[in-house]
Design a protein around this ligand. Structure first.
Ligand code: SAH
Length: 226
């Protein structure tokens, strides 16, 4: 899988995408992430990428030309399954979206900044828009990093124990069961006995019960989903 990210602040993406499971997936050759600085395509000596908005609202808008040039250049090099714009009014990221993206070959992610981007980019170049929640960030970079993390950990081989991604929350519209590690007794706080029983059937049954109970209590809305 290849992910191209377009941004005016590349520095914001380096650390979130340079460690842990994401970095290991890159090392294993499971994913390539290419970060493109929109400023390199900016206008004039100053590499201008933003301008005042028509209508006089406060705040700067990312201009159409630099983004258009960069997207076109990339599209000439390969076909993209999706060209995504990170936006608070996009579809809210959830596990099914992450699952779908993880099966794709090439995706492009455009990060907005300031007051947003010239709307014509969204109308003519973008194929889908994703939000990471109902709040406004300063830029799309952290949101893009969230999408990348959620997607990359699903690529087979990214997590050493492949089944562990499937037992995570939301994969069956259920929250996951609580997890514990040694010691079995800390300050008198005990690990549930069944987990020490060594009986896989009983353990699986307990985990399922816990999943259902926690979902019904904490996220009853999930049980109503398809
Ligand atoms: N004026 C815009 C917000 C601009 S915030 C509005 O009211 O909709 C600047 C950039 O941050 C946006 O262009 C977008 O790329 C990104 N962004 C902000 N909040 C986000 C969210 N919840 N999810 C994804 N991207 C977000």
């Amino acid at each position: 899988m290849r992910i191209d990210i377009l941004t005016v602040v590349p520095e914001l993406l380096e650390s979130p995408l340079g460690h842990s499971i994401v970095q290991r997936a890159k090392n294993k050759g499971l994913v390539e992430i290419h970060i493109h600085d929109i400023r390199e395509y900016g206008k004039g000596n100053y590499h201008q990428v933003d301008d005042y908005s028509y209508g006089g609202d406060a705040g700067m808008i990312l201009m159409i030309e630099p983004i258009y040039t960069l997207i076109n250049k990339l599209k000439q090099e390969r076909e993209y399954d999706e060209i995504i714009y990170m936006s608070p009014d996009g579809k809210t990221l959830d596990q099914p979206i992450a699952n779908r993206l993880s099966c794709m070959e090439n995706i492009m992610i455009l990060c907005g900044h300031y007051k947003g981007i010239d709307h014509r980019i969204r109308e003519h170049l973008i194929t889908s828009e994703i939000s990471i929640g109902d709040y406004v960030l300063s830029g799309g970079e952290l949101a893009a990093a969230v999408v990348c993390d959620a997607v990359i950990r699903l690529i087979p081989g990214a997590i050493s124990d492949e089944t562990s991604a499937l037992s995570d929350c939301f994969q069956d519209n259920l929250l996951s069961a609580p997890v514990y590690t040694r010691p079995a007794n800390f300050n008198g706080w005990e690990v549930p006995k069944v987990l020490l029983s060594g009986n896989p059937k009983l353990i699986a049954q307990w985990q399922e019960e816990q999943s259902l109970e926690r979902t019904a209590r904490l996220r009853p809305d999930l049980l109503k989903k398809e």
